[in-house]
Design a protein around this ligand. Structure first.
Ligand code: TYD
Ligand code: MG
Length: 455
């Protein structure tokens, strides 16, 4: 057999070479290049000291696996986002801006899980025990059987968890943890990575569920380059506008349930309260029908949610007109403006465009395209859509309207909240619900001509 050529790689940056050198051309580090030793069996395994791996037991796909037993916190919004309760020995990351309410949520969750029978330890690296106790008192949770510690030394925390064997450990926050075997400051990427790795692997070995709190940095990432996300089973983001009382807990990754599920809470004087009917809440600030305001019937996770899009259009004093968007995708807005211009002959050049989702909600569905187009046109033409109308549908670059998923759920939710007309793409499985008139359009130009008499 021909001898395989030797390969070398840099332990610092991972660059590969076919000969050794003292300095890596990739990252400039010295003495980091080592010869690669293949792990495969056969003659090459001699390089591993002649050791052979042992063979692994293979199974087939039909092997029956009982679903994991879950513990319910009793906070329905939290349980749903977790995929139906807490799975034993799972690792969960809860990210969010500082001050958004993560500690409040997790103290409430700790109390509920403890009351549901889980042995629960809450470790705060940010606040003194007295501060946490004061918050618990304010939330009316002083009697909950949660054990509390204020500590940042990871070695001590792991030793304590080993001895106490809780079923749930909450670490608030991962950025304050300090592993003494890593030479860098707490909060640095290598500390956060090491602490998260130690905690999650320890938890898996010992059958403990861990919830790690992570602050989102200015760039919108947890502890820099998303170092923790791949280590955990579930990643939840806690979002909301500081000025609004709504808070949304969103699953962006979940090995034990659907991603994109949301839970809606309201920050009150007594902590976070669940919002059972988010549509009603998001529409609660809506006044008289006004130009630029359009209600979108959206789907968040497994639930329909109605939200209001608001657009404002004004002549631009600048040579470069402004496009400002909150709660939706800026690139998608540019696309809709381009389609309106190219396919319907409605120009937005020289006009500043502001688009906003009311209530601090973030919408990610392309199904909102038609609602956005309607809001933009309504603002531009200074013509309000009737207040009892909801809109949804995806717009393609050709100007055609595409049917979207879960049409029935969208219509049901609209009807439940007292809307009487829905504007939607033609085709799909849409049928008018009782008392709900369905107006369907095959392309954007027809919709524009019919609803706004323009185009
Ligand atoms: P906190 O949970 O400390 O945020 P984080 O851990 O994400 O940094 O909550 C911060 C805010 O929540 C704080 O500004 C006060 C507010 N808050 C209430 O409005 N009601 C309450 O009952 C509590 C405990 C906090
Ligand atoms: Mg906090």
């Amino acid at each position: 057999m021909a001898k395989a050529p030797k390969t070398f790689s840099c332990t610092a940056c991972g660059a590969t070479f076919n000969k050794w050198s003292g300095r890596c051309d990739g990252c400039g580090e010295w003495n980091t290049i080592v010869e690669d030793t293949p792990l495969s069996a056969g003659p090459a395994s001699k390089t591993l000291g002649g050791k052979r791996g042992s063979s692994i037991q293979l199974t087939d796909l039909s092997t029956e696996e009982a679903p994991p037993p879950r513990t319910h916190s009793g906070l329905g919004e939290l349980d749903r986002v977790l995929g139906g309760g807490l799975v034993p020995s799972s690792a969960i990351l809860v990210g969010g801006d500082p001050g958004i309410g993560k500690s409040t949520l997790l103290l409430q969750a700790a109390a509920r899980f403890a009351q549901a029978g889980l042995k629960t330890i809450y470790v705060s690296g940010e606040e003194a025990s007295a501060q946490v106790r004061m918050r618990a008192q304010r939330l009316g949770l002083s009697d909950a059987p949660v054990q509390l510690a204020a500590e940042t030394n990871l070695r001590d925390i792991l030793t304590t968890l080993e001895a106490e064997r809780p079923q749930l450990a909450i670490i608030d926050s991962i950025q304050t943890m300090w592993a003494d075997n890593v030479e860098s400051a707490p909060g640095s990427v290598s500390q956060v990575r090491a602490a998260a790795h130690e905690l999650t692997s320890f938890a898996k070995r010992k059958g403990i569920s861990v919830i790690l709190v992570g602050h989102v940095t200015k760039e919108g990432q947890i502890a820099g380059p998303r170092v923790v996300e791949h280590m955990v089973d579930t990643v939840l983001y806690f979002e909301g506008e500081r000025g609004h009382q709504f808070r949304i807990l969103r699953a962006v990754k979940n090995r034990f349930g659907p991603a994109d599920e949301i839970g809606v809470f309201e920050m009150t004087g007594g902590g976070l309260a669940e919002v059972g009917n988010p549509s009603a809440l998001f529409l609660s600030e809506r006044g008289e029908p006004s130009p630029g305001s359009v209600v979108f019937s959206g789907i968040e996770g497994t639930r329909p949610v109605l939200v209001e899009f608001q657009a404002l259009i004004a002549p631009s004093p600048h040579s470069q007109a402004r496009r400002s968007v909150v709660g939706w995708d800026g690139g998608r807005l540019a696309m809709i403006l381009a389609v309106l211009e190219a396919r319907c002959g409605i120009p937005f050049a020289g006009l500043d465009v502001y688009l906003n989702v009311a209530g601090g909600m973030k919408v990610q569905e392309p199904a909102a395209d038609l609602a956005v187009a309607a809001a933009l046109l309504s603002a531009r033409e200074d013509a309000a859509l009737p207040a009892d109308t909801v809109v949804f549908g995806e717009i393609s670059l050709s100007g055609a309207l595409r049917p979207v998923g879960q049409t029935e759920n969208r219509l049901k939710e609209a009807q439940k909240l007292g809307f009487s007309t829905a504007i939607a793409p033609a085709g799909g499985k849409a049928k008018g619900e009782n008392g709900l008139t369905l107006r369907q359009y095959g392309d954007l130009a027809t919709f524009v001509g019919d609803v706004f008499g323009a185009g």
